[in-house]
Design a binder for this molecule. Structure first.
Ligand code: E4P
Length: 256
């Protein structure tokens, strides 16, 4: 499953990207507003950090203008996916832009029929909004299941991008159902690691090893004026024999 991060906050994208948790980024006008940045400038910066698809949303409601905006957005970087809303104009823009070879993410999907139309219009990604359906007492996960079934029935290549993910359970269920991608706020991705038994188990392991007084790395501080002596007296060999990797590194550093 690919992980997209749903934010325009550069620091948060960098942090998760360094951990290998970012296969792409999704933005929308509200996230751009929240970042306080210029849409073109911030999108460009995101594309310079992340190799995978970066969704940038059009701001028009009329197909020809959406197409023009999309053509401008794709000049920002090769990995731009133009995000269009699930309207007839949006689908017309989707059809044109995808025929030109651009990635298109059709957003604001709330029904399986809408997802079927987006696939037929050549969407690269369909974004069903789970959280917003749950907000009005409908079942967001059921929508992901329905779209998966329909796309599999007809081998549509459009990727299901589970969006509006608010909880770790949304992430888990999307993965279980087989959404191709999920896009989630950084906080949700970060909290996927939490488990009280991991914390409890780690605390017990640390206590036990402390009791044995054993260590894997021994940190010894050596005054600079002694380094030469250590090297000449070949003490470093003894230290290495004691599995002292820090000294090993120190020796290599001083030798160069
Ligand atoms: C997806 O592309 C949207 O940007 C996002 O997931 C919307 O999430 P929200 O419903 O929490 O605003």
């Amino acid at each position: 499953m690919k992980f997209f991060v749903d934010t325009a906050e550069i620091d948060q994208i960098k942090e998760l990207n360094d951990l290998g948790m970012v296969d792409g980024v999704t933005t929308n006008p509200s996230l751009i507003k929240k970042s306080g940045r210029d849409i073109i400038e911030v999108t460009k910066e995101i594309c310079s950090i992340v190799d995978g698809p970066v969704s940038a949303e059009v701001t028009s409601t009329e197909a020809d203008t959406m197409i023009a905006e999309g053509r401008k957005l794709v000049t920002i970087a090769k990995n731009i996916a133009v995000k269009v809303p699930l309207t007839w104009d949006g689908l017309r823009a989707c059809k044109t832009l995808s025929s030109e070879g651009h990635m298109v993410n059709v957003t604001l999907c709330f029904s399986a029929n809408q997802a079927l139309l987006a696939a037929k219009a050549g969407a690269t990604f369909i974004s069903p909004f789970i959280g917003r359906l749950d907000d009005i007492n409908l079942d967001g996960m059921q929508l992901i299941e329905d779209i998966r079934e329909i796309y599999d029935n007809y081998d549509f290549e459009t990727q299901i991008l589970a969006a509006s993910i608010r909880t770790v359970n949304h992430a888990l269920e999307s993965a279980r159902i087989g959404a191709d991608v999920m896009t989630a706020p950084p906080a949700v991705i970060k909290s996927m690691i939490n488990h009280p038994l991991t914390d409890k188990g780690l605390a017990a392991f640390l206590e036990d090893i402390k009791f044995t007084k054993q260590k894997i790395l021994y940190f010894i501080s050596i005054p600079c004026h002694c380094i030469d002596k250590i090297i000449r007296a070949k003490i470093w060999k003894k230290l290495l024999a004691q599995n002292c990797s820090l000294i090993h590194q120190l020796f290599l550093m001083t030798r160069n």
